[in-house]
Design a protein around this ligand. Structure first.
Ligand code: CMC
Length: 389
């Protein structure tokens, strides 16, 4: 065993470790910057659509009009779900499974219906990625409808990715504004460096497993409240506070009992998450247009941000700032999406990031196999079971 002096350094949480090179996204955590393939996130959120961003991440360039039309048609074509997958979703809904568990299981189950599941060529992996990406919203809409004893609404090919998703959820074509809000949410969640779920799916693909398995690993990891689950937790936090005038007291109590403010803090951003900034602005518009619960949530969020940042600053923690999950609950609520579904939407969007990363990694793969430092005893004597005290 290594002596104390020569003990290798353990990088707990793999903080500060680069595991691969990428052209997909770049986060400048000190200056509130995020880029996809070099394009600032603000420009994409303002001007682009989810399909265009997906194309960008898969092909590392923006599409021409004819290319985007074809890409959109291919995605629209792949939205249908096998009857059996719908039955699995229905069964899990009846068992009251969490939507993330249903989504993880349904994506895994879909693999059995993909004739190319065992084919590991770049072309096949792209086709499979597009299928998973296109079908995920159908799975989410199906569980939403079944859980409310409503009929499944089959997908439409003439609608955009997010328009169709909202249509399948609510059996109503969304307005232009609703479509814009959902497109923004999808664009902002599409890709984000080597976060925990991206790493989990990369570990899976590094064993030369398959794209479905990589996505399932990503979903399983995104579920946790320290990662994608933070938006749901932030929603309940706002509800627990109840009104803007309760914020002061709530923050004092929360920080005194070492509670974390959900939707704040980030491993990489030590400044304002640029995605949160975009969502905050959009939420301001939403609050004005919708009133009601979105407005109340928005007012609580704004007040909580003000008080929490003041408290953090007093402790010298100017690095703890709102992240994207802080401001999405307001938009989700306006779109009629209940909190237990928030992380599924993050997932539906992030599938593009996971699969683009997996395909990028497969161009020059290396088995991911780090080390753990053994700190127990060695050469212990084996004592037969009847002699153990
Ligand atoms: N509220 C209160 N204190 C906090 C918070 C917070 N949200 N975030 C960090 N801290 C403090 C805390 O005091 C902690 O000390 P301790 O270990 O004694 O509890 C210390 O800062 C850790 O700071 P750090 O080393 O900068 O944080 P980290 O890199 O280990 O954790 C984090 C990052 C996201 C897990 C954490 O900030 C957190 O738990 N935030 C709340 C959950 C959340 O919003 N997650 C969403 C992340 S962004 C979306 C995504 O990518 O999924």
């Amino acid at each position: 065993l290594a002596s104390q002096a020569e003990k290798p350094k353990v990088y707990k949480g793999l903080e500060g470790i680069y595991v691969t090179e990428t052209r997909l996204s770049y986060i400048d955590g000190l200056h509130s910057k995020l880029y996809y393939v070099g394009y600032p996130i603000e420009a994409l959120a303002k001007n682009s659509t989810y399909e265009e961003v997906a194309f960008l991440l898969y092909f590392l360039r923006l599409p021409r009009k004819d290319e985007l039309d074809l890409f959109k048609a291919l995605m629209a074509e792949a939205r249908e779900l096998p009857e059996d997958v719908l039955n699995v979703v229905k069964k899990m809904v009846s068992l009251k499974a969490h939507p993330m568990d249903i989504l993880r299981t349904a994506v895994s189950y879909l693999a059995a219906y993909d004739p190319e599941v065992g084919v590991n060529t770049p072309e096949s992996n792209l086709r499979k990625s597009l299928r998973i990406l296109s079908k995920a919203p159908s799975i989410i809409a199906a569980m939403y409808r079944f859980s409310r004893n409503l009929d499944y609404i089959p997908p439409r090919k003439d609608l955009s990715h997010v328009e169709n998703f909202l249509y399948m959820l609510h059996d109503k074509r969304p307005t232009e504004f609703e479509t814009k809000v959902m497109d923004t949410i999808f664009i902002l969640h599409a890709e984000h460096g080597m976060n925990a779920s991206a790493f989990a799916s990369l570990v899976t693909i590094s064993t030369l497993s398959d794209i479905y398995s990589a996505v399932v690993s990503g979903i399983a990891t995104l579920k946790g409240p320290l990662h994608g689950g933070a938006a749901e937790a932030a929603y309940y936090q706002f509800k627990e506070i109840g009104s803007p005038d309760k914020v002061e007291e709530w923050v004092q109590k929360a920080l005194a009992s070492k509670r974390r403010i959900m939707g704040m803090g980030h491993r990489v951003y030590k400044s304002y998450d640029p995605r949160a900034k975009i969502m905050r602005e959009l939420d301001g518009e939403i609050a004005k247009i919708y009133g009601g619960e979105p407005k109340l949530l928005y007012e609580i969020a704004i007040k909580l941000e003000e008080v929490a940042l003041r408290e953090f600053a007093e402790k010298g923690r100017m690095d703890i700032q709102p992240n994207i999950d802080y401001y999405t609950p307001i938009a989700y609520t306006a779109l009629g999406i209940p909190p237990e579904y928030f992380t599924t939407i993050f997932t539906a969007s992030r599938i593009v990031g996971w699969t683009a990363k997996a395909m990028e990694y497969l161009k020059d793969p290396r088995l991911i196999r780090p080390l753990d430092l053994y700190v127990g005893e060695l050469d212990k004597e084996y004592v037969p079971i009847d002699k153990r005290g």
